[in-house]
Design a protein around this ligand. Structure first.
Ligand code: PGA
Length: 254
């Protein structure tokens, strides 16, 4: 059974005061949400505040990026062990904005994913095509370069975030059918490389303009195991609505 995961990617938003006030409003709204895992990924500078605010609750904290070396002369970088020591349990790897603005490659994504695993973090590895028509080929290439090189054990520990670049941020969501097709494509890659059982266990999150008004239809797709949410995760009420969505399907994915 795949437990749904609803993850917030705050990108370069908020500060410690904003983080504190988010948690103050958000936590009471999700107290009874036991059907899914909740992960919030603030900026590095807000991790400490978020970890403190989430202590004793079911909310887990993740970072948005890491560097693959453990320590050393890498000015401005932050390693997996540092993120783990700060109290995080997850880390986003290879987000399309990292790929696009900071030159991240599939080979780098693989190294970061392994580094996250070695540090005891759950990597949320992001894939997604730039243009709607290239989905299958792009996903296959990103899987080959960024994920297929993992060991079976490493693969079993990851979550994949499918985020079609054309759907991020601007309000254009992939239809549930398009998203489900892409997830199937990823799961097929996983099956071919890691076997049917591993592919069946793999959680694939959808990301790209997820909002309370489109979440129900997306989550009703058995292929969609949760969300990676940008814009709508900044507001405690809308993110809580996303967390509290429950469908019969998600009472237990096969
Ligand atoms: P969005 O961002 O929800 O604002 O489209 C999703 C993401 O980039 O993780």
């Amino acid at each position: 059974m795949r437990i749904p995961l609803i993850a917030a990617n705050w990108k370069m938003h908020k500060n410690p005061a904003g983080t504190t006030s988010f948690f103050r409003s958000f936590l009471p709204l999700v107290e009874s949400a036991v059907h899914c895992e909740i992960v919030i990924c603030p900026s590095f500078l807000d991790v400490e505040t978020a970890v403190a605010a989430g202590r004793g609750t079911r909310v887990r904290i993740g970072a948005q990026n890491l560097y693959w070396e453990k320590e050393g002369a890498f000015t401005g970088e932050i390693s997996g062990p540092m993120i783990k020591a700060a109290g995080c349990s997850h880390v986003i790897v290879g987000h399309s904005e990292r790929r696009r603005y900071f030159g991240e490659t599939d080979a780098g994504v693989l190294k970061k994913t392994v580094a996250a695993f070695d540090a005891g973090l759950t990597p949320i590895v992001c894939v997604g095509e730039r243009q709607e028509k290239n989905a299958a080929a792009t996903l296959a290439e990103q899987f080959r370069g960024g994920i297929a090189g993992l060991s079976d054990e490493q693969f079993a520990a990851i979550v994949i975030g499918y985020e079609p670049v054309w759907a991020i941020g601007d309000g254009e969501t992939a239809t549930p059918a398009v998203a489900a097709d892409a997830h199937q494509c990823i799961r097929a890659q996983a099956k071919e490389r890691f076997g049917a059982a591993a592919a069946n266990q793999l959680r694939i999150l959808y990301g790209g303009s997820v909002k309370p008004d489109n979440a129900g239809k997306l989550l009703a797709e058995p292929e969609i195991d949760g969300f990676l949410v940008g814009g709508a995760s900044l507001d405690p009420v809308s993110f809580a609505e996303l967390v509290n969505f429950q469908t019969d399907v998600h009472a237990g994915h096969a």
